[in-house]
Design a protein. Structure first.
Length: 559
């Protein structure tokens, strides 16, 4: 049976409501790889500053030279097309050099979170089938705990301060510096033939919000498509909105596709300058804002929340930050309002997934704003809403968000059963099920409601944690919060809120005060019955709150 697409998808109702500078479709060449984009940018912007790393500046030409020297070294170590290379590094020029060198040789990369411990690192290396590991020297103790269980041919040790690592070299271990010293001449040409549509550039592991992380296989074509989709926004920013070069504070973790597509690869695409930060370092961010006046900042909600609530931000002029965009999870409306008040510019918001390279929708600062919306689909992208039987729902109805577009992954690595669950065909298109509950309005704006698996059933009512969290953020004492459902024999599930208080309210407000306030500000079936003040919330390495972890912890306590 062929599934019919509703008119709002066929007619792409968002076509008349696209932000300035953004078109409904773009041409995406099928013969361009990521290394082609890097080479073109390095040549076009060769004398511009590519990045600043704790005061040390690198031009695009320098980065190109170091990348080609490192690529020659990798070739001599035996790296060949199709090999999987793991990067276990924080944001740094070294990350960029290793990244593009490996891609230029036709290797597949899988980047490991710098927050991972040895067990998590070992899982990703084994699951991805990596044969080479490039890692920072300070992770060596965690690595050694699992070294014997890994089938690695070579391990390259990096000291990001440029010093000789304390880790001794062996037949298996070689220093990054040694590899560069042994290869003073850059590789002239990346001679490997890459098939952008078939060759996997990145195996991006999901945040593990629903069990073991899965590797999303992203082809060169997937990521190039997403970069070109985002370049429309970058070009408009440069030419019309900012009217100059982009100067970005790079705080997104580059181990994640969000940081790679929107910061790491956008640099050579736009000729923009990046201030690279290996960690979310608020004093350093404030220093850069005060002294260097950057105009661009990309982040996730927790980053903006913590930056706005830091005492260091109190009297700092943020008006240089004309373009700020939030992704990874939905931005609380109250925080978006606070950001606009602080900077004078609306906050852009987008939506994406590891499985979509990552961007699906965007609402840049100059777009028509609808609070709570992550905008309209980016170029050459279709979005729809379905029910549990894969039937498309009408405009305004809530259901699971599904996506079709050139940025959608090839599939999960070695997970055929998972692929059957997340993909389906309809209207001549291949659709990805996101697992996110959403609705679309009559202008094509998408409003995320919640993760399907996070929905709470309270006495038969459907309660969406994000809606409760949005309301809680209006309370002046609340800095961060997470709402979950916990099993309850009478109610089905009860509603619990874990809350981090702002420092000035600690000891001055009680859990019952929050419950009482919630009663007055929410429907009777929605307000949290249980409130817990906590010092921190569990998060994925990119900053997404892991409600599943909180639920599991509370379930164990109840046993």
């Amino acid at each position: 049976m062929k599934m019919e697409l509703p008119d709002y998808i066929k007619n792409r109702i968002w076509k008349d409501h696209l932000p300035e500078g953004i078109t409904l479709n773009i041409d995406i060449p099928e013969d361009i790889s990521l290394i082609n984009l890097f080479e073109t940018g390095a040549k076009e912007y060769e004398n511009k500053i590519a990045n600043n790393y704790f005061g040390r500046e690198f031009t695009f030409k320098e980065m190109d030279n170091l990348t080609r020297r490192f690529a020659r070294g990798l070739l001599k170590l035996g790296v060949k097309k199709g090999d999987v290379i793991s990067l276990w590094l924080p944001n740094s020029p070294h990350f960029s050099i290793c990244y593009f060198a490996a891609l230029g040789l036709g290797a597949t990369l899988t980047a490991i979170s710098p927050l991972f411990v040895g067990r998590e690192m070992a899982y990703q290396i084994k699951d991805s089938g990596a044969r080479f590991l490039i890692m920072i020297d300070r992770f060596i103790k965690e690595f050694e705990k699992f070294e014997d269980r890994l089938s690695l041919e070579k391990v390259i040790i990096v000291n990001v301060a440029g010093q000789v690592p304390d880790v001794p070299e062996t037949t298996k271990i070689i220093h990054y510096n040694t590899l560069l010293e042994q290869n003073p001449q850059p590789l002239t040409d990346f001679e490997v033939e890459i098939n952008p549509k078939e060759d996997i550039a990145i195996i991006q592991y999901t945040g593990g919000t629903t069990g073991d992380p899965k590797g999303a296989c992203l082809s060169h074509y997937n990521i190039v498509a997403n970069i070109l989709q985002m370049q429309q926004i970058s070009n408009y920013m440069k030419e019309t909105y900012i009217k100059g070069d982009l100067v970005n504070i790079c705080i997104l973790p580059w181990y994640h596709i969000y940081g790679q597509t929107c910061e790491l690869i956008q640099g050579p695409m736009t000729g923009g300058k990046g201030f690279i930060l290996p960690t979310f370092d608020i004093p350093r961010i404030i220093e850069i804002i005060k002294e260097k006046k950057p105009n661009t900042l990309l982040g996730v909600p927790t980053m903006f929340i913590n930056l706005l609530n830091s005492p260091l931000s109190k009297d700092v002029d943020f008006t240089c930050l004309k373009y700020a965009n939030v992704g990874a999870s939905a931005m609380p409306i109250e925080i978006a309002k606070e950001w606009e008040k602080k900077t004078g510019f609306p906050l852009g918001e987008g939506y994406g997934l590891s499985e979509t390279s990552p961007t699906v929708t965007n609402s840049p600062p100059w777009a028509k704003k609808k609070l709570g919306s992550c905008g309209v689909p980016v170029a050459s992208t279709l979005c729809g809403i379905i029910d549990e039987n894969l039937n498309f729902l009408p405009i305004g109805d809530g259901g699971e968000l599904v996506i079709s577009g050139p940025q959608v992954m090839v599939g999960y690595h070695n997970r055929p059963d998972e692929n059957k669950k997340v993909f389906f065909e309809a209207g001549g298109y291949r659709w990805l099920r996101t697992g996110d509950y959403a609705k679309m309005d009559e202008e094509g704006y998408i409003f995320l409601i919640d993760r399907v698996k996070d929905m709470i059933k309270y006495k038969g009512h459907s309660v969406y944690p994000r809606e409760i969290e949005e309301a809680l953020y209006e309370h002046p004492a609340i800095q961060e919060c997470a709402v979950i459902g916990i099993k309850d024999p009478e109610r089905g599930e009860n509603i619990m809120a874990h809350i981090i208080l702002k420092s000035e309210f600690k000891g001055k407000i009680t859990e019952q005060d929050i419950i009482d306030w919630s009663k007055e500000n929410m429907a009777a079936y929605k307000y949290p019955r249980i409130v817990k003040f906590v010092h921190s919330l569990p998060k994925s390495a990119i900053g997404k709150v892991l409600r599943r972890v909180i639920r599991d912890k509370e379930a164990k306590k109840a046993e």
